[in-house]
Design a protein around this ligand. Structure first.
Ligand code: FAD
Ligand code: NAD
Length: 471
């Protein structure tokens, strides 16, 4: 098919939102083209986000464990050395394997992949500046905008991805910095801070709020993970604002002040990681050519079926409302295609899990205590510590807990919060329970294999409606 032929659907952006929508559309028999300017598919998540960060988190954890946690297990190791270049190569191999995998899936599902930058010429036409030179255009009966997000810059600091970095620089440093200061104790700050702390950097996290973890993390869980990360060597300055920075010298200087006013102080670092959130990315899309506007936070405004005020133009993923998560983008992609082909779609925004891939991991789904209190909901709490779980104990990896929040009257699960080994896998069980409207008694009366970490999940449920056995 020639690119100028009219498609049933044109997608701008080949990240998780865009590529999943393209594959699903192909499966549904739509004639579909996906435009991506990066040169590879997979967007932020596969190229510079979820995947490379998890590769570095996994391998830096192994390195740290071999250095500090083998003797007591009966394993004497010799000279342990970091080969950062090889660690980065391992990351690149994972990334390129996965991004090429999507190209294969495009071919398999008949999706036309156009490498270039898409700009609206009119409501049905997208002009494309091709990566390999030249221009073309494509017309679509339907168009999906899936252009994602970018790191929010810190005013006054120039991002060079070497000395002042975002997560993109943090997955590609050529050497371990001596001192790293992280602005923002959210998920990116803690994940990437963990990587470089394990590899030997002295890491200080400066967070404006009184707790780490970013939006949504339960206060008890946040305290617990902060304690553990502190033991691993990370330092925290909470309730502290970065006022301004100076990156003109070899090091970067930051002026800090207590959030509620107080004595100012200056810190210095070889590398500063700016991790204060991400913002929707719609630059160069030519929204002005079709009269579409963004809200005060840069998000494209949509209705419940992902439609803009021009009904055949839809928006999904990071560039619109909701949590900036890959699996949220993926759910929206499938639902948007179903709205186009079948007139119905479904995403349960109340049951989207969050995972922070530190060690131990933190994972949650549903509401936390603050949110329930604010909503005036009466709830009960049940917890179980991994220190009382047989598998965690045999693995010598027993920090953390599982915490259930359930409706005080009906016992229906309202939230599950976990800090502990494999929390990111375990939260799938909590998400399923929430999605099915389960009570804690439903979970507590379900057999869980022994000895597994998942027994901590069952026992925390038991502790909510009755009593745990092993605590
Ligand atoms: P993106 O992935 O940003 O994709 C948008 C794509 O559109 C980009 O490739 C861009 O080049 C392209 N584009 C933009 N404008 C145009 C145009 N005009 N023409 C053509 N192409 C265009 N989420 C998780 O769920 N789990 C994680 O573990 C996780 N880890 C992360 C780690 C880091 C360091 C970061 C930064 C993010 C992480 N995220 C994670 C968030 C996740 O990456 C995003 O939620 C996800 O990528 C959103 O997908 P998207 O398709 O909406 O946008
Ligand atoms: P975030 O919103 O999670 O955290 C930003 C933190 O910075 C907040 O705690 C905020 O209080 C703090 N902050 C803001 N301004 C500050 C200032 N001037 N001084 C000190 N602290 C300040 O954002 P992020 O960590 O940058 O992550 C961005 C997005 O990427 C998030 O939506 C996240 O969901 C997504 N992400 C997800 C994963 C994952 O799912 N594992 C991993 C990485 C990124």
């Amino acid at each position: 098919a020639s690119p100028s032929e009219e498609k049933d659907l044109v997608i701008i952006g080949g990240g998780v939102a865009g590529y999943v929508a393209a594959i699903k559309a192909g499966q549904e028999g739509l004639k579909v083209a996906c435009i991506e300017k990066r040169g590879t598919l997979g967007g932020t998540c596969l190229n510079v986000g979820c995947i490379p960060s998890k590769s570095l988190l996994n391998n830096s954890h192994l390195y740290h464990q071999i250095l500090h946690d083998t003797k007591n297990r009966g394993i004497d190791v010799g000279d342990v050395k970091l080969n950062l270049e090889q660690m980065m190569k391992a990351k690149e191999t994972s990334v390129s394997g996965l991004t090429k995998g999507i190209e294969f899936l495009f071919k398999k599902n008949g999706v036309e992949y156009i490498r270039g930058t898409g700009t609206f010429a009119d409501e049905n036409t997208v002009a494309i500046n091709l990566v390999d030179g030249g221009e073309t255009s494509v017309r679509g009966k339907n168009i999906i905008i899936a252009t994602g997000s970018e790191a929010t810059p810190f005013p006054g600091l120039t991002i060079d991805e070497k000395k002042v970095i975002t997560s993109t620089g943090a997955i590609a440093l050529k050497q371990v910095p001596k001192k790293m200061v992280v602005i923002g104790g959210g998920i990116i700050g803690l994940e990437m801070g963990s990587v470089w702390s394990r590899l030997g950097a002295e890491v200080t996290v400066v967070e404006f709020l009184g707790q780490i973890g970013g939006p949504g993390m339960d206060a008890d869980i946040s305290k617990s993970i902060q304690k553990t990360l502190g033991k691993q060597g990370m330092k925290f300055k909470l309730n502290t604002k970065v006022m301004q920075g100076d990156d003109s010298g070899d090091t970067v200087k930051l002026d800090l002040e207590a959030a509620k006013g107080g004595k100012p102080e200056t810190v210095e670092a070889d590398v500063v990681l700016v991790a204060i959130g991400r913002r929707p990315y719609t630059q160069g899309l030519g929204l002005e050519n079709i009269g579409l506007e963004t809200d005060n936070r840069g998000r494209l405004v949509i209705d419940q079926e992902y439609r803009t005020k021009i009904p055949h133009i839809r928006v999904i993923g990071d560039c619109t409302f909701g949590p900036m998560l890959a699996h949220k983008a993926e759910e929206e992609a499938v639902a948007a295609i179903e709205y186009i082909t079948k007139n119905y779609g479904h995403v349960n925004y109340g049951a989207i899990p969050s995972v922070m891939y530190t060690h131990p991991e933190v994972a949650w789904v549903g509401q936390n205590e603050v949110e329930l209190k604010e909503a005036g909901v009466k709830y009960k709490v049940g917890t179980f510590p991994f220190s009382a779980n047989s598998r965690a104990k045999t693995n010598l990896d027993s920090e953390g807990m599982v915490k259930f929040l359930a409706d005080a009257e009906t016992d229906r699960i309202l939230g599950v919060h976990i800090v502990g080994p494999n929390a990111g896998e375990m939260i799938a069980e909590g998400t399923l329970a929430l999605e099915y409207g389960a009570s804690t008694e439903d979970v507590g009366r379900t057999s869980h294999a022994h000895p597994t970490l998942a027994e901590a999940f069952k026992e925390a449920a038991m502790a909510t409606y009755s009593k745990a056995i092993h605590a």
